[in-house]
Ligand binder design. Structure first.
Ligand code: DGL
Length: 270
């Protein structure tokens, strides 16, 4: 048994999709969450800038005594995972391999869709992970750069005409390719689950990168005999911009009142 907390980070709200799953799958774990809300989005930036930000995010989280870190950010996972795994002396899990493995298990037709940020699509990391599992899988990828800013601004509910119009446009290539499985390769996108499911229809299975990463952490901690023995863990929230918008959106998404729970930190110091 191991009582040290798990660190989770993302560029903003998206990593909460992993936190929500972790709370279900591993209710006894303490979680330290960092959302880099002052510098979101990461997905339109260069690999060098993303790595610089990711190192600062890791340095902040590693100021706590952690047992593992989940990079709950597709963009950091697709561009910087191997470097961070080399540089930090604790288990670091990304979202790419777990998401690809889940999609490869799920597909019946071998036609898998991928939506993610520009940096993730450019990296080709999801395709490589899928093809390591099965070289015959056909992948249709599309970058959806407007999704993250819309989610960060609270526009993620079905019935919102702006997000529904943008989603229809972005998802057209997935429908044209006839995918039966769609990887939500950015952790913000599960917040759009209902909008995306409404557009793709019931025949298409959506794979949440946040869920896949949470499940991978559970497996890792169990293998290492590092699960917490506590009945109920605590979650602490840190952000790099003002807390108000984050607390509001996070309360809505996690279905609990987080008012007064988040702390702002200066990420440039790390
Ligand atoms: N949640 C991040 C990801 O998974 C969002 C990226 C961004 O900030 O653009 O890619």
């Amino acid at each position: 048994m191991e009582h040290r907390p798990v660190g989770v980070f993302d560029s903003g709200l998206g990593g909460l999709t992993a936190v929500r799953e972790l709370m279900q799958l591993l209710p006894g774990e303490d979680i330290i969450y960092f959302g880099d809300t002052a510098r979101v989005p990461y997905g339109s930036r260069s690999p060098e800038t993303i790595l610089k930000f990711a190192r600062q995010d890791m340095n902040f989280l590693c100021s706590f005594d952690l047992k593992a870190v989940v990079i709950a950010c597709g963009t950091v996972s697709t561009t910087s995972l191997a470097t961070l795994q080399d540089e930090y002396d604790l288990p670091v899990i990304g979202v790419v391999e777990p998401t690809a493995a889940m999609a490869a298990r799920q597909t019946r037709s071998g036609r898998i869709g991928l939506i993610a940020t520009q940096a993730s699509i450019r990296s080709g990391a999801y395709e490589r992970a899928l093809h390591r599992l099965d070289g015959s899988i056909q992948v249709t990828g599309a970058a959806c750069p407007l999704f993250v800013p819309l989610v960060e601004n609270g526009r993620f509910r079905p019935g919102d005409v702006v997000i529904e119009t943008v989603a229809r446009e972005y998802l057209r290539p997935m429908k044209d390719a006839g995918v039966d499985t769609l990887m939500l390769g950015c952790t913000h996108y599960p917040l759009l689950h209902d909008v995306i499911a409404g557009e793709m229809g019931p025949e298409v299975t959506l794979i949440s990168s946040g869920y896949a990463a949470a499940l991978a952490l559970k497996t890792l901690l169990a293998e290492r005999d590092d699960l917490s023995g506590a009945a109920q863990g605590d979650t602490s929230y840190f952000v790099s911009d003002t807390v108000d918008g984050f607390e509001q959106a996070a309360s809505l998404f996690l279905r609990c009142d987080l008012k007064g729970m988040a702390q702002q930190i200066n990420i440039e110091k790390y």
